[in-house]
Design a protein around this ligand. Structure first.
Ligand code: PLP
Length: 384
């Protein structure tokens, strides 16, 4: 049967060849060490697991949950935003998500008509692009350049593009570059979005993964969240990637519109998981900073290891990623290939995050110290 043409518009799956090679090497008994996926290896805090176990055995939680999320979860999320970011967002303007990816992918369906434009950072989390394609929109790529601190240059956006754009995705702390936004940028982009009637979609997946100054939210202290929708995730702060829970918060119309789409696609988050989420947001808030200490130490270790390859990695202010230029003479893909062939080590080619990621690679430090030490030993023995 003929598949939809939108499937052909998805970027080529760059990791297919790498995945094939990894499986082939593993089948030959080679231990492949992966700095690839950003998926915490540490367990979910035990208090969260206990809460799930208790609530999962209550039959009241076995039925369909409410589409927008339980009132208790939305209230806990509202208190969390006030406590951690000093911003105001009432619980009615919050929507539970089956992981923030789900909301990021669906928001375009709520706003785009065919050929509407979405402003998409490149490099960036791939779902901004593919979510736009799914909704028949047109992604307009905004390069995140090192010389601009990996912030998009708003003055480079043509005025007709700005007029036609419906959504602007941003993500600080940033995956894959590790960059943070500054206060000037916050003011400028909110102003830009309001002037052009664009929904600013701020992805805060790494808001709790920082080593120094705490990142800020793009929502407002006063509660004026018009044109701003923020996506929060429990995945990275609490090592809950497999649980699938997050929330969207902000602009009332956007919350209602996204809720309407979701009502017709999914049936919400398992209530026992929402209770576990409430427990995390209320009682486990000291955990993210403990994990950050672990990531920082690992990053120092990884940095030392990569020195044997002649690479001087820069530790960012947050996230668990290094973003670095590939050595002279390599493309993103050929460097990833080289690392796999020579050291049986996986790094992610920057081009997997969009065309402006070419020339870079990403290292994730969500792997045990023993693996980092083993990779370092391989680098030391074999050299660069
Ligand atoms: C930038 C960014 N946003 C969103 C997500 C999705 O997170 P989740 O769906 O687990 O909440 C990820 C996951 O890796 C990410 O890197």
């Amino acid at each position: 049967m003929k598949l939809s043409s939108r499937l052909n518009k998805f970027p080529v799956y760059l990791f297919a060849e790498i995945d094939r090679k990894i499986s082939e090497m593993r089948s030959r008994g080679i231990k492949v060490i992966s700095f690839g996926i950003g998926d915490p290896d540490l367990p979910t805090p035990s208090g969260i697991v206990t809460e799930l176990n208790e609530k999962a055995s209550d039959p009241l939680n076995h039925r369909y949950p409410s589409y927008f999320g339980m009132d208790e979860f939305r209230e806990a999320a509202s208190r969390y935003l006030a406590k951690r970011y000093n911003v105001k967002c009432c619980s009615e303007d919050i929507l539970a998500l089956i992981g923030s990816k789900e909301g990021i992918a669906h928001i375009s369906l709520a706003y785009l008509d065919s050929s509407d434009i979405v402003l998409v950072p490149s490099p960036g989390y791939p779902v901004y692009y593919t979510g736009t394609i799914i909704a028949d929109g047109i992604p307009f790529l905004l390069p995140l350049k090192e010389e601009n601190g990996f912030l998009p240059d708003l003055s480079s956006i043509p005025s007709d593009v700005a007029r036609k754009a419906k959504i602007f995705f941003i993500n600080y702390p940033n995956n894959p570059t590790g960059a943070f936004a500054n206060e000037n940028f916050r003011i400028e982009i909110i102003d830009f979005c309001r002037k052009n009637d664009i929904l600013l979609c701020s992805d805060m997946a790494y808001g709790e993964v920082y080593f120094g100054k705490k990142p800020f939210s793009f929502l407002s202290e006063s509660g004026d969240n018009n044109n701003i929708l923020e996506f929060h995730s429990l995945s990275k702060p609490f090592n809950m990637t497999g649980w699938r829970i997050g929330f969207a918060a902000g602009d009332k119309e956007a919350i209602d519109a996204l809720g309407k789409i979701k009502t017709n696609i999914d049936s919400g988050v398992f209530q026992a998981i929402q209770y576990a989420g409430i427990h995390a947001l209320e009682n486990e808030l000291d955990m993210p900073s403990r994990f950050a200490i672990i990531y920082k130490k690992r990053m120092e270790k990884v940095r030392e290891g990569f020195k044997y390859l002649g690479l001087d990695l820069r530790i960012p202010d947050g996230t668990f990623y290094f973003w670095s230029r590939v050595p002279e003479g390599f493309s993103s893909a050929s460097f990833a290939d080289f690392m796999l062939d020579k050291y049986a080590v996986v790094v992610t080619p920057g081009s997997g995050f969009g065309e402006y990621g070419e020339g870079f690679f990403r290292i994730s430090t969500t792997l045990p110290d023993s693996d980092i030490e083993e990779a370092t030993e391989r680098f030391r023995k074999k050299g660069g």
